[in-house]
Design a protein around this ligand. Structure first.
Ligand SMILES: CC(C)(COP(=O)(O)OP(=O)(O)OC[C@H]1O[C@@H](n2cnc3c(N)ncnc32)[C@H](O)[C@@H]1OP(=O)(O)O)[C@@H](O)C(=O)NCCC(=O)NCCS
Length: 297
């Protein structure tokens, strides 16, 4: 089974939120892309999930017991995009120049600048001085061996960045598309337990449920660094209604199942986002929208 990941960008009205398209061709499955100290009594974010805490500042302080998650809007004026472009290294700039369509190019630039600006806070260096290396299967890591582990995900119009110390993290964000063939895709890619779970959901909620499950699966694969090279049907990530924690079952390595924490993060109504952290069940997850204005943008 081969899976191709394609980002499809239709003509985008700048006044409208960009859309993510999920397309499944009959024989070729194509899935389109598809901080700081605890502040007791601090400002509450309405988007927080129960059990998650609002991240009040980006002052670069990340405890061993925390995971920080920043989510950012990717749409911004052209002059600001060009300023952000100058933060990227030559390799990133070369990647940006290979996009043939303006919007995904701009979103690539903004999301990579976002990662640099955020990591620069934690590393206390200039964003241009953050150096990356590729781990196995291309997972980006910080080149100097710092104990920070991070992961990025972007979908049309939004990006999510997660960072922790010592332990691998993975994150996935997807924009819900109502025209997604949820059961068809699940039957091709999901484990039998996930297919059963999805079928048990009300028909009207299946598309959103599909994305809930999918983001959990992808966050786990990204945390492990395998990406979509992992055998998708050999593990299950099953959501629990009303609970952000998802249940992982790895068929060929049951001992893995208990050592990962996979959670849904409720960021926006039409987004699904999941975070996977190794040995992360006791960690505090702090979530916040990235303050572009305070990042000098
Ligand atoms: C990583 C992968 C899951 C991305 O899926 P996606 O849904 O299109 O994208 P997301 O927005 O969620 O994540 C993309 C980001 O994940 C990060 N990433 C790249 N490879 C990764 C990996 N193996 N594991 C975890 N994260 C990875 C990058 O920061 C990437 O951002 P960029 O493309 O702008 O540089 C997919 O590309 C994949 O499976 N890659 C690994 C397998 C592979 O093809 N390897 C070949 C290179 S050696």
């Amino acid at each position: 089974m081969s899976i191709r990941f394609v980002t499809k960008t239709g003509q985008i009205d700048q006044n409208l939120a960009p859309v993510t398209r999920m397309v499944c061709a009959p024989r070729t499955p194509v899935i389109c892309k598809l901080l700081k100290r605890p502040r007791i009594g601090g400002e509450r974010n309405p988007a927080e999930m129960p059990g998650l805490l609002h991240l009040t500042e980006c002052d670069g302080v990340l405890q061993d017991t925390e995971v920080h998650v920043w989510h950012a809007d990717l749409q911004m004026p052209l002059d600001q995009i060009e300023s952000l472009y100058r933060l990227l290294d030559p390799e990133e700039q070369a990647r940006a120049s290979r996009f043939r369509v303006r919007t995904p190019r701009d979103e690539f630039v903004v999301s990579h600048a976002f990662v640099r600006l955020a990591l620069a806070k934690y590393l206390e260096i200039d964003p241009r001085d953050v150096h990356f290396q590729a781990g196995e299967n291309g997972k980006p890591e910080i080149a100097d061996g710092d104990n920070l582990r991070f992961n990025l995900s972007h979908t049309h119009g939004a990006a999510v960045f997660a960072v922790a110390r010592q332990r691998p993290v993975g994150v996935d964000v997807e924009r819900i598309r109502d025209d997604t063939e949820a059961m068809e895709l699940a039957e091709r890619f999901f484990s039998p337990a996930e297919v059963d779970w999805l079928r048990s959901q009300p028909v009207s909620a299946r598309v959103a449920a599909f994305f809930t499950c999918w983001t959990g699966k992808e966050a786990y694969m990204k945390a492990r660094g395998t990406g979509l090279l992992a055998p998708l049907a050999r593990f299950s990530v099953i959501p629990h209604p009303g609970n952000e924690e998802m249940r992982l079952e790895v068929l060929d390595a049951p001992e893995q199942s208990a050592s990962w924490s996979i959670r849904q993060l409720d960021l926006e109504t039409n987004l699904r986002c999941a975070l996977a952290v190794q040995n992360g069940k006791e960690l505090i997850v702090r979530v916040r929208k990235w303050p572009w204005s305070r990042a000098g943008m």
